[in-house]
Design a binder for this molecule. Structure first.
Ligand SMILES: Cc1cc2nc3c(=O)[nH]c(=O)nc-3n(C[C@H](O)[C@H](O)[C@H](O)COP(=O)(O)OP(=O)(O)OC[C@H]3O[C@@H](n4cnc5c(N)ncnc54)[C@H](O)[C@@H]3O)c2cc1C
Ligand SMILES: *[C@@H]1O[C@H](CO)[C@@H](O)[C@H](O)[C@H]1NC(C)=O
Ligand SMILES: *[C@@H]1O[C@H](CO)[C@@H](O)[C@H](O)[C@H]1NC(C)=O
Length: 455
């Protein structure tokens, strides 16, 4: 194994002072194929009429493709605009390299002249995965199953098949809890599922003493410390669980799609951009139009067309198909087929407010330590590449309202070592700060550790 590692050319290119060469080092992970296995997908099974067509192979689409193709009588087509996840998707510590890359749709908000002015052009970067696994292949890996109140609201809004109990049953069916400490505690282990495809674990945090301190300090401020946030219905502070195990990301591509991809009744087409849902005169969706490598193709569905293209693309595809607010469609010269004013409305996202705090610990990382983290990862899947680079696993869920039983805010913490060579890359990737803001932060980072508490 060691021989294989040191024959890769990247280590000799290494120069401590330049972030670019560090990026080059990380990209050389691809060269270390002998240590990191990565399979590609099977493609093309030759038919174009299916029982189900699923648009988008993200968090939802990969699960749907697996579950629907369990029924051998159904032929299922899964269409995905992106391709295979790169090796960097596997490595939690490298997630920011995926932002603003070909694996990201790279959406941006419009500058309103008021908010987000510390960000380049006042435009918030809306990262969104464009690859198998969708955003689950690039996200911050935090596994949160929500508060009962969230699902009670679904039920109260008339979705009688989605009661709190039913949602909890589904979560458990999906989960496979891996963490030995959590498994040993019956109050925690009974709260999770054990035989599902979605592995759930905690990170082997390099700075556990540090995150423990943060959690304790929340307690001093009056927020309850929990031994598991899921058990406490996500009210309080504690160590977060992750959609990762043994230092490797577990996207829905890995957990659901890979085990189904060889089924003869499931066809997966990558690099296929769905541009329209075909709808007949009786308002029944009967197929989709797709652009594959510049060629227009049509696929037909005898049962259902399912849009699981994410919160931005699903309504976009509906609108491109003539389903949406009439006036808006007409301004884009799309013939309105069904005037449905709410399509594309009511988008909600969590606003993120970074608060940077400076401190003396954990100190700077030397070149030797940095290289050790890299080799530790390649050989043992540990070190800081084995954990998220965006947030530590200290999490706080709380409400700004008095005596509330469910949270309306959450707080995460990012730790940036003193004089950390990737500080620029990480902060730019995560928050998109403009150069002036970045400069002030990197300047201070040469002298101090940073701890960005994010709400
Ligand atoms: C940077 C980032 C960090 C995040 N961190 C966390 C976290 O730590 N914890 C957490 O719980 N959530 C997190 N999230 C949110 C979470 O990842 C998403 O809510 C979830 O993945 C959405 O699932 P989805 O199936 O709706 O869409 P996605 O997973 O985004 O899947 C949509 C898929 O559809 C494809 N697609 C889109 N348009 C088309 C088209 N026209 N034709 C064909 N295919 C198309 C896309 O390429 C994509 O693969 C994060 C998200 C981002 C972007
Ligand atoms: C942490 O490391 C131990 C020992 O190497 C390993 O058994 C365990 O699975 C790891 N846990 C996670 C969450 O990766
Ligand atoms: C919150 O709870 C405390 C203790 O029960 C009570 O005294 C107080 O009035 C409550 N506040 C609100 C806003 O309900």
């Amino acid at each position: 194994m060691a021989t294989c590692l040191f024959t890769t050319p990247c280590l000799s290119l290494f120069q401590w002072t330049s972030p670019q060469s560090l990026v080059a080092v990380f990209k050389c992970f691809a060269a270390a194929q002998c240590l990191l296995s990565h399979d590609s997908m099977l493609d093309n099974k030759g038919i174009n009429t299916f029982d189900f067509i699923i648009v988008g192979a993200g968090s939802a689409g990969c699960v749907l493709a697996n579950r629907l193709s369990e029924n051998e009588d159904w032929n299922v087509l899964l269409l995905e605009a992106g391709g295979d996840p790169p090796i960097t998707s596997d490595i939690p510590g490298l997630q920011t390299l995926l932002y603003k890359s070909e694996y990201d749709w790279q959406y941006k908000t419009v500058n309103d002249g008021v908010t987000s002015q510390a960000i380049d052009n006042g435009q918030v970067t809306w990262t969104k995965g464009k690859l198998l696994g969708g955003s689950s292949s690039i996200n911050a890996l935090v596994y949160v199953t929500g508060n009962d109140h969230d699902y009670q609201r679904w039920y109260d809004a008339g979705n009688k098949e989605w009661s709190v109990d039913e949602v909890r049953r589904c979560f458990k069916k999906a989960e496979s809890l891996q963490n030995q400490d959590m498994l040993r505690d019956p109050t925690i282990s009974t709260r999770y599922g054990h035989n599902g495809p979605q592995t759930v674990n905690r990170f082997n945090n390099t700075y556990r003493w540090y995150t423990d301190k943060i959690i304790k300090s929340w307690s001093e401020l009056g927020f309850k410390n929990t031994k598991d946030l899921n058990v406490e219905n996500y009210m309080g502070a504690g160590i977060l669980t992750a959609t990762a195990s043994n230092g490797v990301r577990r996207s829905t591509y890995k957990t659901y799609l890979k085990q189904a991809e060889k089924r003869s009744n499931l066809k997966i087409i990558k690099n296929a951009l769905v541009t329209k849902v075909l709808i007949d005169a009786n308002f029944i969706a009967y197929g989709v139009e797709v652009k594959e490598y510049g060629l227009k193709k049509t696929y037909l569905a005898t049962r259902e067309v399912i849009l699981s293209a994410g919160s931005i693309s699903s309504p976009q595809i509906l609108m491109l198909s003539g389903v949406g607010p009439q006036e808006h469609l007409e301004t884009h010269n799309v013939e309105c087929f069904v005037n449905s004013p709410m399509v594309g409305q009511n988008l909600q996202d969590h606003a993120l407010m970074p608060v940077t705090i400076y401190g003396d610990k954990p100190g700077s990382v030397t070149l030797g330590e940095f290289l050790k983290h890299i080799t530790d990862y390649l050989l043992y899947r540990k070190g800081f590449l084995a954990q998220s680079s965006v947030v530590t696993d200290a999490g706080l869920f709380f409400s700004t309202l008095e005596n509330a039983s469910y949270p309306n805010s959450q707080s995460h913490v990012t730790v940036v070592n003193k004089n950390f060579p990737l500080v620029n890359l990480n902060l730019k990737g995560t928050f998109g700060y403009n150069d002036a803001v970045l400069e002030s932060i990197t300047d201070l980072n040469q002298k101090k550790n940073e701890c960005a508490g994010v709400q």
